[in-house]
Design a protein around this ligand. Structure first.
Ligand SMILES: Nc1ncnc2c1ncn2[C@@H]1O[C@H](COP(=O)(O)OP(=O)(O)OP(=O)(O)O)[C@@H](O)[C@H]1O
Ligand SMILES: [Mg+2]
Length: 143
């Protein structure tokens, strides 16, 4: 499914809709260049679980942020990680268990990402325009 977003609010709405379709064990991988809108999308996804979007931050300090809501919700940001450091993170503990994991810069840990993960690719089109491709989940009629 491909959706166009014309503002960060729209990207959050799309994230929220995706969040409503998630279930325990789901892993969502976010791909896209710096500023593509990955963290913005995570804010929307998290809002579907009652997490305040202000609590979702760009993880310059926190690599893995855990929120205990109706399900354990993990926001993982691998921006500062090099692929050779990935094994030390113990990602398996967070992926595909009883929680929901949302991963920015997932390509840095591709070897540890479950094959059946949901993939979200954000393409920066123009200043406020993004093309958001969502694969691996059915969210409605038009995918
Ligand atoms: N349609 C849009 N969707 C999402 N963000 C948008 C959009 N239009 C403009 N923006 C702006 O683009 C920026 C996206 O930042 P964000 O932190 O979400 O990106 P990111 O992909 O997480 O970057 P990083 O790689 O640094 O983690 C924000 O400043 C946001 O306001
Ligand atoms: Mg980010």
């Amino acid at each position: 499914m491909k959706l166009q977003s014309n503002s960060d609010a729209e990207t959050k709405e799309i994230g929220h809709r995706l969040g409503e379709h998630l279930k325990r064990g789901d892993v969502v991988c976010l791909y896209g260049e710096l500023g593509a809108g990955k963290t913005t999308m995570v804010k929307g996804i998290a809002s579907a679980f009652g997490i305040n979007e202000r609590d979702i931050t760009s993880a310059s300090f926190t690599l893995i942020a855990e929120y205990n809501v109706s399900v354990p919700f993990y926001h993982i940001d691998l921006y500062r990680i090099s692929p050779d450091e990935v094994p030390e993170l113990g990602l398996r503990e967070y992926l595909g268990a009883d929680g929901i994991a949302v991963i920015e810069w997932a390509e840095r840990a591709e070897g540890e990402i479950p094959e059946q993960s949901i993939r979200v690719i954000l393409h920066h089109i123009e200043d406020n325009t993004r093309l958001i491709e969502i694969k691996g989940i059915h969210m409605g009629t038009s995918d």
